[in-house]
Design a protein around this ligand. Sequence first.
Ligand code: COA
Ligand code: MG
Length: 289
Amino acid sequence: MRSRRALLYVPADDLHKINKAANLSVDSIILDLEDATATNRKQEARQISANVLQTIQFGDSERLVRVNPFFSGLTEADLEAILPAKPDGIILPKVINAADVQTLSSIIQSAEQKNGWQIGSIPIIAVVESALGIIQLPQICQADARLQAIICGGEDLAADLNAIRTRSAKELFYARSAVVLHAAAYKLQAIDMVTADFTDLDFLVEEARSGMEMGFSGKQIIHPNQVEPVQKAFTPEEDEIRYAQELIRQFNENQSNGQGAFAIDGAMVDMPMITRAKNLLARANITTE
Ligand code: COA
Ligand code: MG
């Protein structure tokens, strides 16, 4: 699965921002037909998105489109306009059950068949952003083979919970954790909430780091200034890499001497630490044996 450390939303009807995003070194770009596009601009946004997907170079960035949720009645027209332009993936918001994902999957499959594209080549990412979505995560995660990631939508979720959004995000901790837990159980990526304040980059780094520490593999962002700090937060530092490599080296040495657990700097090291060290190296794209 490709690395998705930062996923940048761009209003799908805003050509200036789309061009700007295309020139950034960001893992994923999301052309947003949902909340970033005003209700009276949906048709225009569909046309612009389909057009840029076919005409603009996005460099190494993944080109995703967020369509409107099925209950809006807009999704089918979104997909009809977008799929012929072959986006790299579709983001479905407000997912509450497996059927949502399966309906989208069958529409994508028809487009793949019609165009002679490889079946299964266009992945789905589901946004879970309601209380019902959170409690139905087990069925959502198992809905379809196209599903690669679950996004935790913090703002909508807080509204649905009738919670007050606080700086610590304590009101969202359980739901964020549930997204990480279910994604891990079904081998999917977990993508963390947006940090809406795009001016306080220290706070952004803190929040991105907290998500990374919880087990998220990436984070949604909304402004170009957020790209670099977020991608850095989800990339292991040099000293973390060196420490992980040293841990594995000493582990292997101890294993060959017939010792499973050993100590480094006054702390015990055994198998789970080695698994985590390997996870960290995998995030740094370093292969271990
Ligand atoms: N993608 C690409 N470019 C963006 C951008 C984005 N998401 N957000 C801002 N920019 C551009 C601006 O156009 C501006 O370009 P310029 O210097 O060439 O004029 C530059 O970056 C600086 O932007 P700034 O003036 O700081 O912000 P703004 O007031 O123009 O925009 C927002 C603020 C919040 C409206 C904007 O960041 C945005 O649209 N974000 C995405 C919103 C979204 O998609 N929400 C739905 C998902 S949660
Ligand atoms: Mg939302």
